[in-house]
Ligand binder design. Structure first.
Ligand SMILES: O=C(O)CCC(=O)C(=O)O
Ligand SMILES: [Fe+2]
Length: 286
């Protein structure tokens, strides 16, 4: 019987990354303590209340998706930039490109009675582009803000589905619920077949979805609008860069006269050539 590999905080990120690139998913149990989860929930509560339910079946007609976490919740920064998660993302996306970035930050609240979401791959958001089958372009994370149970709609995952044909999204019977206690996180890749579960409980299932993608792909949540410069300036450096205020690869994302957006954001001279940037200048064979 396939299962989702489980880890505890402090586990070797190499082992977790290997689980992602083989099984396609990994759970780190209780990575954040309950009081931190509660603080973020309290900060987000007014925003969740003000959010409308989804407008189609995929987004969930009884599901609320509330974004802009970096701007709306100071505590969310502990999740989005969690060093143990980023250590895993470094290992999965790092070998593919010199940079990766935040794709989206979103609380996903499934109301009681909400049906299961259709199974999918997150990287299909890139217009279904057929990336090489062995290539990871995205790492997704779902943090359990309540205990995740099969009954309340824990995310369902098909282990070992990275290379399966798209038709495997019909294999609902192969899915396993990512059951885990509040404060845990399940990581999976853009190739892993998964979907939100049906909520058959009488309480809302609350999750925080944070995804990371290669620096040369378009972000799903527009961070320059969701987390504009005046907010981004208050973030730690790593989060500023993750949000997109940095170069993606050699030349992507510069401002005006080829200034580094990280330098511009923080009000120091970004120079006027690629030489001042954090990514190496590629050498060209003549
Ligand atoms: O809500 C969940 O558990 C999963 C949601 C999901 O996979 C998605 O919206 O892409
Ligand atoms: Fe998804």
């Amino acid at each position: 019987m396939d299962s989702i590999p489980r880890f505890t905080p402090g586990a070797d990120p190499d082992d977790i990354a290997r689980a992602l690139t083989t099984t396609g998913a990994a759970i780190i149990e209780r990575l954040v303590d309950e009081s931190t989860v509660d603080r973020m929930l309290a900060e987000m509560q007014p925003h969740v209340e003000a959010t409308s339910y989804g407008s189609d079946n995929f987004n969930g007609l009884t599901t609320k998706r509330t974004g802009a976490l970096l701007a709306r919740s100071v505590t969310s920064r502990d999740f989005v930039g969690h060093p143990e998660v980023l250590a895993v993302v470094d290992r999965v996306l790092g070998p593919i490109s010199t940079s990766y970035q935040l794709h989206l930050t979103q609380m996903i609240c499934i109301w009681p009675g909400g049906p299961a979401q259709s199974l999918h791959r997150d990287q299909w958001c890139f217009d279904m582009f057929p990336f090489p089958p062995e290539m990871d372009v995205e790492v997704s994370t779902i943090w359990a803000l309540d205990d995740f149970t099969e009954e309340n709609g824990a995310t369902r995952i098909i282990p070992n589905s990275l290379l399966d044909p798209a038709s495997a999204t019909a294999d609902v019977h192969r899915t396993i619920p990512a059951t885990m206690p509040k404060g845990s996180v399940v990581l999976y890749t853009g190739r892993t077949i998964h979907g939100g579960g049906a909520n058959r409980s009488d309480a809302v299932r609350r999750a925080l979805n944070v995804d990371y993608i290669l620096g040369w792909l378009r972000q799903e949540e527009n961070q320059y609008l969701s987390c504009p410069p005046e907010v981004a300036r208050t973030l730690p450096e790593r989060l500023q860069k993750l949000a997109g205020y940095s170069m993606g690869a050699y030349a992507l994302g510069y401002m005006d006269d080829i200034r580094d957006p990280f330098a511009v954001l923080n009000g120091f001279d970004g120079g006027s050539s690629f030489g001042g940037l954090s990514t190496p200048v590629p050498t060209v064979e003549l």
